[in-house]
Every structure is written in C-alpha cells, then in structure tokens.
Design a protein around this ligand. Structure first.
Ligand SMILES: NC(=O)c1ccc[n+]([C@@H]2O[C@H](COP(=O)([O-])OP(=O)(O)OC[C@H]3O[C@@H](n4cnc5c(N)ncnc54)[C@H](O)[C@@H]3O)[C@@H](O)[C@H]2O)c1
Length: 254
C-alpha cells in the first residue's frame, strides 16, 4: 500500500514497538497520529517524524474517540491502525498476600484487550467510508499486538496471557466482519523484543532470556516488529492471521 500522505494511527507510539512502528510508517510518508498515555513520550516521537502526538488512554471510550477524531481532523481518515499500547504485569493467582488482585486483572484486560478493541472499532468506523485504494478493493489495515504469552503463558502471567489470548481470538472474527469493507485485520504475537519493558532487567537476566531463543539467539529488535508491520500492510493476501515473531521460542512454565 502506498503510504505517502496516508494517515496512520499507532497506539503506544511513545515507546518500544509502537515508537519503531511510528517511525517506520513516517519513513514511508505516512502522517502518523502517535497515541500514548505518556504525553511527553508521544510528543518526543511525534516531533521527530512530523506526526501528531495525542495523550490518550486507549481503554477509555471518550479519550480514544477524541484521539481518533483529532487524527482524522489533522491527517484525514487513517488507512492504517497499529495497536501497540499495552502493559505487562506479573502476579500469581494465589500469592504471598492472598488471591490475585481482581482490580489488577481487570486493569490488564482493560488496557490490553479492551483498549485494542476500542481503537479497532473507532478507527474501522471511519475506514469503512474511505475510497478503496487497491485493485481488490482494499481500504485499510489494522495490526494488533498480542504476545507468545497468549499461547505459553508463564507462572504469574494469568492476567497478561488472558488479555493477549483475547486479542488473538478477536483477530479472525474482526477480519471476517470487516472483510466486506476491504479492511484487513492481523495480529503479531512477539516473543522477546528489546524494548523499555526489558530495560529494567539486568544484562545477566537479558542474556539468560536471549539464550532461550533457538535462533537468532538474541532478543528481537523493535525494528524487526516494524518491518513485519510494513510487510503486513504491503501483502494483501495476509488477513485474519496471528503471526508469531519470536525466533522459534516456546516459553517454559517459569
Ligand atoms: N517487548 C516485548 O518483548 C513484547 C513481547 C510480547 C508482546 N509485547 C507487547 O507489545 C506491546 C508494546 O510493548 P513494548 O515492549 O513496546 O512496551 P513499552 O512499555 O515500551 O510501550 C508500551 C507503550 O504503551 C503505552 N501505554 C500503556 N498503557 C496505555 C494506555 N492505557 N493508553 C495508551 N497508551 C498506553 C505506554 O505508555 C508505552 O509508551 C505491548 O502490548 C506488549 O504487551 C511486547
């Protein structure tokens, strides 16, 4: 898809995978709405790519609706939505202090799953009115971010895995439903990518994690995620699929 002057939305665009994706799309000429809870992070990224920074909580209906409206006003209706906003938490179902906090479980589901669906519904409601731009009648592309934890959640990942499993399960019905409007929906399930999420870990722990990856024996780079997003945008036959991006890792129980 030709992205020159096309509007795009990247959530979680202030950091990690979202930041790399926002930059890659801008490199191809897209006008990117950089959505993030962290306003200064969004601004720093948007300033570097002539994009539009929008502070927004993706899990909040009003906040997200006004963020999408601002992108539409500034750059037009998005051809591309990449959902990267997310949080990772670790908590046991029965921990030292008792049962898993239900508030924490709900928060992870709200941000990772409901936040993803929230942007998907709002952006696709605009996309359906776009003129098709591919020979097959394609109007736009939505890429979500799950995790390999959707399949091999580790001890302490009940909430996170459930949220990402929801994103995986959402992918096919969303692709089926939006197919009649020429909107494709895919999800990337990353393994371990070196982002600020890993920044807090010592080099030793990072090396141990990297050693679990069959090949390449290292953490992934955010630009490898962004490259897959670009390929998904360009390859129209990809639709309704969840693609693992993980160097063949299969996470162990702990
Ligand atoms: N890095 C990895 O190895 C990895 C692996 C699997 C899945 N993921 C997923 O990829 C996505 C991006 O992760 P990352 O590694 O880039 O993390 P990151 O922490 O670097 O970036 C996440 C961004 O999302 C933003 N965010 C959090 N809650 C938000 C909300 N409610 N509304 C709007 N923005 C919000 C944060 O401010 C942050 O800028 C997440 O969904 C994560 O679960 C990452």
């Amino acid at each position: 898809m030709n992205l020159k002057n096309a509007a795009a939305v990247v959530t979680g665009g202030g950091s990690g995978l979202g930041r790399a994706t926002a930059r890659a799309l801008a490199q191809r000429g897209a006008r990117v709405g950089v959505i993030d809870l962290d306003a200064s992070a969004a601004t720093a990224v948007a300033n570097g790519i002539d994009g539009l920074a929008i502070a927004c909580d993706v899990s909040d209906a009003e906040s997200a609706a006004s963020a999408v409206d601002r992108v539409v006003e500034h750059f037009g209706v998005p051809r591309v939505l990449v959902n990267c906003a997310g949080i990772g938490v670790a908590a046991r179902i029965v921990g030292r202090d008792g049962p898993h906090s239900l508030d924490l479980f709900e928060k992870v589901i709200r941000v990772n799953l409901i936040g993803t669906f929230n942007l998907l519904r709002l952006v696709s409601a605009h996309m359906v009115a776009l003129e098709p731009i591919t020979e097959s009648g394609g109007r736009g592309v939505i890429v979500n971010t799950a995790s390999v934890a959707a399949y091999e959640g580790q001890v302490g990942q009940a909430a996170y895995s459930a949220s990402k499993g929801g994103v995986v399960a959402l992918t096919l019905p969303a692709a089926r439903e939006l197919a009649s409007s020429g909107i494709r929906v895919l999800t990337i399930a990353p393994g371990m990518i070196e982002t600020p999420m890993f920044g807090g870990l010592s080099q030793e722990v990072q090396d141990q994690l990297a050693a679990q990856v069959p090949f390449p024996r290292r953490l992934g780079h955010p630009k490898e995620f962004a490259a897959l997003v670009e390929h998904i945008i360009d390859n129209e036959l990809l639709n309704g699929e969840v693609i693992r991006l993980d160097g063949a890792i299969r996470m162990q129980p702990r």
